[in-house]
Design a protein around this ligand. Sequence first.
Ligand SMILES: NC(=O)C1=CN([C@@H]2O[C@H](COP(=O)(O)OP(=O)(O)OC[C@H]3O[C@@H](n4cnc5c(N)ncnc54)[C@H](O)[C@@H]3O)[C@@H](O)[C@H]2O)C=CC1
Ligand SMILES: O=C(O)C(=O)CO
Length: 312
Amino acid sequence: MDIIFYHPSFNSDYWINTLHKAMPHAHVRAWTAGDNAPADYALVWHPPVEMLKGRKLKGVFALGAGVDAILGQLSANPGMLADDIPLFRLEDTGMGSQMQEYAVSQVLHWFRRFDDYQVLKQQSRWQQLEEYAHGDFTVGILGAGVLGSKVAESLLPWGFPVRCWSRSRKSLPGIQSFAGPEELGDFLQGTRVLINLLPNTSETVGLINQSLLNQLAEHSYVMNLARGVHVVEADLLAALESGKVKGAMLDVFSREPLPADNPLWAHPRVAMTPHIAAFTRPNEAIEFISHTIGKLERGETVSGRVDRVRGY
Ligand SMILES: NC(=O)C1=CN([C@@H]2O[C@H](COP(=O)(O)OP(=O)(O)OC[C@H]3O[C@@H](n4cnc5c(N)ncnc54)[C@H](O)[C@@H]3O)[C@@H](O)[C@H]2O)C=CC1
Ligand SMILES: O=C(O)C(=O)CO
């Protein structure tokens, strides 16, 4: 079995050596331009079109959770990957716990008013502020998939009401599930902290706009852990200016790196991280990939297959 590997920044040697340990029978090589030798599987992240174009592969694994980039390449280069070649994505592989860390820490930061105390500190003011009540701090998660559901579960022990919105209804103990466009309004009403963990698709791009933000509770918070294109930045800035949104924590942006002249940089109630909410963990990813390839070779059913039409 031959596997080709491409990632613009990962340590190829580590990945190839670890893949060899997980799959001793496989020959894994780092793909380089001009390599047209046969392969059975490709492990890729933002691959050059020529790496996949015209290849007969048993499967392609995206080395991340979101597949919008590779699907975007596919739509721009139709011949890049034959329709009958399955595309897989990583499900959790160490990203779930990272998302939990990020979300819980930020929700608690806002709930305990550390953002307000930082402002008082800068004014050298010693002042105790009125505490928020858990009941007034409903957390609503857009996207209740692998990562969104883990984030939802991690917030429950802290006493917050937690709800989620997804394409289909979910059964997550203690978490109110809202499903489909017809229930988005009910999901938003009363949501104080909005956390985005949706995939970037034609249905979700630009979803977090003025209309959606206006439906949130007063003095709400927005945390974007998914993709920058989900947020209409001008609308978020307007909601911050009006006070409808009290604070934002953004890990992803419509352009990355974020251009220096973007007003989000200087906004006093916007905190930012440079797309670091959750990294692919090599060991967990290789375990997932090697198990999945093993199942594929045995003709067994597998999870993680991307629905190219649906977009995730
Ligand atoms: N900032 C970062 O470092 C990272 C960001 N991500 C982002 O997180 C996203 C989610 O990852 P997973 O949870 O693994 O994805 P997933 O595919 O397991 O879950 C997606 C969820 O979104 C819902 N959804 C999709 N389209 C919808 C629609 N039109 N209306 C309502 N609900 C819809 C689905 O029902 C599902 O619950 C990824 O697509 C990626 O963009 C993932 C990893 C790291
Ligand atoms: O896995 C993903 O989709 C990511 O955004 C990793 O950066």
